[in-house]
Design a protein around this ligand. Structure first.
Ligand SMILES: Cc1cc2nc3c(=O)[nH]c(=O)nc-3n(C[C@H](O)[C@H](O)[C@H](O)COP(=O)(O)O)c2cc1C
Length: 200
């Protein structure tokens, strides 16, 4: 598929065909795309947790969701045969930038007005989302509620140093409802681009 088609066709899919597994080699390709994302200092401070069996997916949903809340959303999302949780690793950046060619040996987080570890992991996640479109799959990036993160870590043995920036559900798409957020309309490039000076 042309890149422009992949970009335009990408949208978050929140309902899947639970009876159509995603071949392991396809998932491997998606994870392979993720590690081609750019990263500050080539720090590559990202780690992914792949949940592609029923038991681990059930455990994920049990620790991250509350039955009775968002049931519509959950019923579609829990049908996804694959989940990939994306984690950013701040220390990888502090360590990398303390190396001789960068020289920030104080490892001071104030040097990072923007936490590039989250940004880079987000970029890697986008490559998974785009790759999914190219593979004829649907995918959705979604957040883990802050009060659920400790339970998530405990359930899967994720160390404190790794922040789950979000999870990606992946599968063959089934009919789903458009997100109500889309009613906001897309902010077009002409609106969000300032030319030469802010406000123009
Ligand atoms: C950082 C981030 C967090 C998001 N969190 C959620 C989420 O928790 N649940 C969800 O259903 N969608 C989530 N989305 C998807 C957005 O709702 C969606 O991207 C937006 O409405 C635009 O729709 P589209 O991606 O289908 O074009 C998230 C997207 C991003 C980039």
């Amino acid at each position: 598929m042309e890149l422009s088609d992949v970009i335009r066709r990408r949208r978050m899919v929140r309902n899947y065909d639970p009876d159509r597994p995603v071949p392991a080699e396809v998932i491997d390709r998606l994870l392979g795309y993720a590690v081609h994302a750019p990263s500050a200092g080539f720090s590559q401070g990202w780690e992914f947790l792949l949940l592609d069996d029923a038991e681990s997916r059930a455990k994920f949903w049990a620790v991250t969701s509350t039955p009775g809340e968002m049931d519509n959303w959950l019923s579609g999302m829990t049908r996804a045969p694959v989940l990939v949780v994306a984690h950013s690793h701040r220390d990888a950046y502090l360590d990398r930038y303390a190396e001789p060619d960068k020289g920030w040996t104080d490892r001071d987080e104030a040097r990072w007005p923007v936490p590039y570890w989250h940004i880079d992991t987000g970029m890697a996640s986008l490559l998974i989302l785009l790759g999914a479109v190219d593979e004829g799959l649907g995918a959705c990036f979604f957040g883990i509620q802050p009060e659920r993160i400790a339970a998530y870590r405990a359930a899967f043995g994720v160390p404190e140093a790794y922040m789950p920036i979000g999870a990606i559900s992946i599968g063959y798409r089934d009919e789903d409802r458009r997100s109500p957020s889309l009613k906001r309309g897309r902010r077009e490039a002409t609106t969000v681009t300032h030319r030469g000076r802010w406000g123009r």
